[in-house]
Design a protein around this ligand. Structure first.
Ligand SMILES: [Zn+2]
Ligand SMILES: [Zn+2]
Length: 348
């Protein structure tokens, strides 16, 4: 590796504050009530107003911080556009609020918009049968299963503002203009379906969302909506496709943690991390295992209760990938759990 990863700012902006990361380009942060306790959002200035990139969760606190930002660092200028990189609630949470209360235009991918609208309409008081079956198939521990099946699950509507009809679509190969710059739209997959990234033609900025994070590896999860999905395969394909565009001069503005330079190095790491995890997993599957029984080899640390769900969906993601590539097989245990095992012939 010739270049390393370099972080031009050691300290992120404080609450209600912004850091200028380029001409007319601001970096701000909003809090999240989770282990990953923040999301980055950005604002780009044009004559007709600001273009906001991602929004944070919808909460009273987040709306209040946005009001402080709009009146302070954003100088009371209107928000003309909201660009959403992907449908996860920390990114899309206040898009509808910006549309409805600020008259902003929403720009995102078609899949992100459809997923967001679908999940908003799908409020569940308790987990649905398909979710329970999915948890069983992953081999969820009995005590975790019993506790969660009676609980109100994570509901999108709790942290995402109502979204009115209407958005503007961006897709692979588009060029869009905001912040006095033209941006190539390049689509990633694996962490979220049809995740948009934006690569400036006029400066070194790249808006990476959660597709291009520096120090954390984005979750590649399988959910009951698509239990046979192969997000790891989608991720690897995206990384291989995006990597040729990466330059050491790029300044990546990511969805979490710090902006960085060294994207070519990071793109290799983002692929290599999963290849090494898949290799460890394949070794572990000399004996049949459930997805949950793969936590120790995949994560090599204790998984806390708060991380259990994310760890489980990502373990299934890696197993589905090995199944897809023909390296493992699976059989149903009596309790519904898939038992995954390495094919003896495929391992040298
Ligand atoms: Zn995300
Ligand atoms: Zn995120």
């Amino acid at each position: 590796m010739t270049a390393t990863i370099h972080f031009p700012w050691e300290t992120p902006p404080g609450e209600g504050e912004a850091i200028e990361v380029g001409t007319g380009a601001l970096w701000m942060r909003l809090p999240l009530p989770m282990k990953l306790d923040h999301v980055n959002v950005f604002a780009f200035e044009d004559d007709d107003g600001w273009t906001i990139i991602d929004t944070g969760f919808d909460s009273r606190r987040t709306r209040k911080i946005w009001e402080t930002l709009l009146a302070g660092p954003l100088g009371g200028k209107p928000v003309a556009r909201v660009v959403v990189t992907h449908h996860h609630p920390d990114h899309v949470g206040l898009a509808g609020w910006f549309q409805r209360d600020h008259g902003a235009q929403l720009i995102t991918t078609r899949t992100a918009w459809l997923f967001a609208r679908m999940l908003l309409l799908d409020e569940q008081m308790v987990p649905v049968d398909e979710t329970l079956a999915y948890w069983r198939s992953a081999g969820m521990d009995e005590d975790v299963f019993e506790a969660r099946k009676a609980e109100r699950p994570f509901n999108y509507v709790d942290i995402v503002a109502d979204m009115p009809l209407g958005f503007s679509r961006v897709k692979e190969g588009d060029v869009i203009r905001f912040g006095g710059r033209d941006w190539d739209v390049r689509i990633g997959n694996g962490h979220a379906p049809e995740h948009a990234t934006f690569w400036s033609r006029d400066c070194d900025l790249v808006l990476g969302g959660d597709q291009l994070l520096a120090t954390i590896s984005p979750n590649l999860g399988v959910y009951a909506t698509e239990p046979e999905a192969d997000p790891v395969g989608d991720w690897l394909e995206s990384c291989e496709r995006l990597a040729p565009f990466a330059r050491d001069s790029h300044l990546v503005l990511p969805g979490h943690k710090l902006p960085y330079r060294g994207l070519p190095t990071r793109m290799r790491q983002l692929v290599d991390n999963h290849h090494t995890a898949l290799a460890r997993l394949l070794d572990h599957l000399a004996e049949p295992q459930t997805a949950v029984e793969c936590f120790p080899v995949l994560y090599r640390r204790r998984i806390s209760e708060g991380e259990y769900g994310l760890a489980m969906v990502e373990a299934v993601g890696h197993l589905n990938h090995l199944l897809r590539t023909g390296e493992i097989t699976r059989t149903r245990r009596d309790d519904g759990a898939w038992l995954w095992k390495r094919k003896e012939t495929s391992h040298g």
